[in-house]
Design a binder for this molecule. Structure first.
Ligand code: NAP
Length: 280
């Protein structure tokens, strides 16, 4: 029989949310570590976000993840938001504290950095100029993590230049905004290029970019994990660049949230990767 006082409840708030792989990840860990609990999908309409958040402590939730379209809207509704989430301009994790107050954090950027370190041990954000394609929520989290890790030159390229300029203004001296038309030129001398647009995602057109100027030793990252190999990553691999997909980011961003809710820092194992890949 379940002991209710130790039953750990967590979930993911989004709209829509049924596409999320987070239940697969967290429920895998709950079983692996012999815990009693469940991680559930929480479809929450934008007009119900505040009521849903305020209901978390009463319902016995230890916290939740937050996905589109709520990652920004959730911020003013929380009791506190940590510095990295502030700099990322978004929250992806909410923790219910012992007194019932709600704390927000963002593990997307750090999860992405860790996925590159996992793929290339010793890789460092400050290794050289970084090019980031896209200026949405994920791009901003990546910029914040790169800057926190010591990156000195980040070139951000976005279809809507103003959004890239907004991010550049938040990281003066580190981030420079470029026009979408210049995306092939800015690859010159780059140590890293990352796709944080939705181009190349299943059902979307491939990312249109000429990689000719990219140095052969540059690391190429795509935040997309469905498909695991986007045309962008395939093109990078074909010319000899190291290519890293978004699955490692997805898995790594989940670790600190799980640790905060369930008290165990979980491991990313081959079995977990297989379980998540089976959902594609
Ligand atoms: P978002 O806030 O909606 O941003 C989307 C970005 O894509 C914007 O920069 C947008 O440019 C750009 N874009 C859209 N259509 C385009 C087109 N036709 N040509 C060029 N650029 C285009 O989304 P997000 O949350 O940042 O997510 C971005 C990507 O990261 C998605 O592929 C998502 O799956 C991935 N992601 C992965 C993880 C993970 O754990 N691996 C986590 C979060 C996100 P405009 O500003 O001009 O609209």
């Amino acid at each position: 029989m379940l002991r209710l006082e130790t039953f750990g409840l967590a979930g993911i708030i989004g709209w829509p949310v049924q596409q999320s792989r987070s239940p697969t990840i967290h429920n895998h860990w709950i079983e692996r570590y012999g815990l009693t609990g469940r991680y559930v999908l929480l479809p929450v309409r934008p007009d119900a976000l505040e009521a849903a958040l305020r209901g978390l402590p009463a319902l016995g939730f230890r916290g939740c993840n937050v996905t589109m379209p709520h990652k920004l809207a959730v911020m003013p509704l929380l009791d506190r938001v940590d510095g990295l989430a502030q700099r990322s301009g978004a929250v992806n994790t909410v923790t219910v504290e012992a007194d019932g107050s709600l704390s927000g954090s963002n593990s997307d950027g750090a999860g992405w950095v860790q996925s590159l370190v996992d793929a290339k041990p010793g890789w460092m954000p400050g290794a050289g100029p970084a090019v980031l394609l896209g200026a949405g929520g994920a791009a901003r989290a990546v910029v914040a993590a790169l800057a926190a890790g010591g990156a000195r030159e980040i070139r951000i390229v976005n279809r809507t230049l103003e959004k890239a300029q907004e991010i550049a203004a938040a990281f003066p001296g580190t981030v420079t905004a470029y026009r979408w038309e210049d995306r092939a030129e800015v690859l010159a001398a780059a140590a890293l290029v990352a796709n944080a647009t939705d181009q190349g995602m299943a059902g979307k057109p491939p990312l249109a970019i000429d990689l000719a100027r990219l140095p052969p030793d540059a690391v190429v990252s795509d935040l997309i994990y469905s498909p695991l190999e986007t045309p962008f990553l395939a093109a990078a691999k074909a010319r000899g660049n190291m290519a890293v997909n978004g699955l490692g980011m997805l898995l790594n961003q989940a670790r600190p949230a799980f640790a905060g809710w369930f008290g165990v820092m979980p491991e990313i194992t081959a079995a977990l990767r297989r379980a998540v890949e089976a959902t594609f």
